[in-house]
Design a protein around this ligand. Structure first.
Ligand code: C2E
Ligand code: MG
Ligand code: MG
Length: 279
């Protein structure tokens, strides 16, 4: 019965309306989730998360126009842990909700500080999750946060990956419209990896798309990859969306993107993500 229970949770995690056959690996996975769940809880209690910022550069002016907030976990024993090692697990345990809230609050407070220090044009991009869409209180909490920090709604860009948006389009549209009405902007992250339905994109308050790093990496070696980049940029231009290229590492990539009139770039060529004090 215990094993059947484990299998039932797996079926529910797949979104319900599914079946799952018990496999011993599932118990290991359940143990792993319990462990990571406890470790994440203690990381919050001990204030071990830190927010890094990576600048985005406007290609026309060469100026920094904003930054993306990227979380890291400073574990006293293991050092700095990358988000790819805990975000997917936090999505499964549900702790991603706290992570998104923590990141949003930190990012809004620190960006307001940048504005007050004489850089009022700085935008801030924050990654949200699938749970942000099913979470009924999300839009209200973002609105309250803007009120309490004094950050203009127009300076906040919420990034949602293309696949998450497509899998949660109904709830997603509702949240996006509520926040869009306040002036908050939305950006589609990892664009090109998630089979967007363009019809859906049209009706939503989306102002930006970010070309996934895997396509940018193909410049200049892979012709198909380069064609995809060029097709995404012209698609964005005809839909009047801003385009950001992610993961720009070489000046060759920069020149190719400049030639296609890509709007903005983010990548190690300009800067790695940096802690607030070094930014
Ligand atoms: P993402 O939102 O697509 O973020 C871009 C990732 O690419 C970041 O990795 C960034 O450090 C990396 N990157 C930027 N430029 C370059 C480059 O030139 N070369 C290479 N090789 N990499 C580059 P990071 O910080 O490890 O984040 C990975 C993913 O974790 C993010 O992907 C995002 O999906 C998620 N994530 C990070 N922080 C948060 C957060 O606060 N909340 C949520 N919900 N997710 C987050
Ligand atoms: Mg992102
Ligand atoms: Mg991305």
């Amino acid at each position: 019965l215990r094993n059947a229970d484990v299998a039932m949770y797996r079926a529910k995690a797949k979104g319900g309306n599914a079946f799952a056959m018990y496999d011993p690996a599932m118990s290991e996975k359940a143990m792993e989730m319990l462990t990571i769940g406890n470790r994440l809880r203690s990381a919050f209690a001990k204030d071990e998360f830190v927010l890094y910022y990576q600048p985005q550069i406007d290609l026309k002016t060469g100026q920094i126009t904003g930054s993306e907030a990227l979380i890291r976990w400073r574990d006293p024993e293991k050092g700095l842990i990358a988000p790819s090692s805990f975000i997917p697990l936090a999505e499964e345990t549900g702790q991603i909700v706290e992570i998104v809230d923590w990141t949003l609050e930190r990012a809004c407070v620190q960006t307001k500080k940048m504005h007050d220090a004489g850089f009022p044009e700085m935008d801030i991009s924050v990654n949200i999750s699938a749970r942000s869409f099913s979470d009924k209180g999300f839009a209200g909490r973002v609105a309250d946060l803007l009120g309490s920090t004094g950050l203009p709604a127009q300076s906040l860009i919420l990034e949602v990956t293309e696949s998450i948006l497509m899998q949660n389009i109904i709830e997603g549209a509702e949240v996006m419209k509520k926040l869009g009405a306040l002036g908050v902007k939305f950006s589609i992250d990892d664009f090109g990896t998630g089979y967007s339905s363009l019809g859906y994109l049209k009706g939503l308050p989306i102002s930006q798309i970010k070309i996934d790093r895997s396509f940018v990496m193909d410049i200049p070696a892979d012709n198909d990859g380069m064609l995809i980049v060029s097709a995404i940029i012209s698609l964005a231009q005809s839909l009047r969306l801003e385009v950001v290229a992610e993961g720009v590492e070489t000046s060759g990539q920069r020149e190719y993107l400049e030639g296609l009139r890509c709007d903005k770039m983010q990548g190690f060529l300009f800067s790695k993500p940096l802690p607030y004090d070094d930014y």
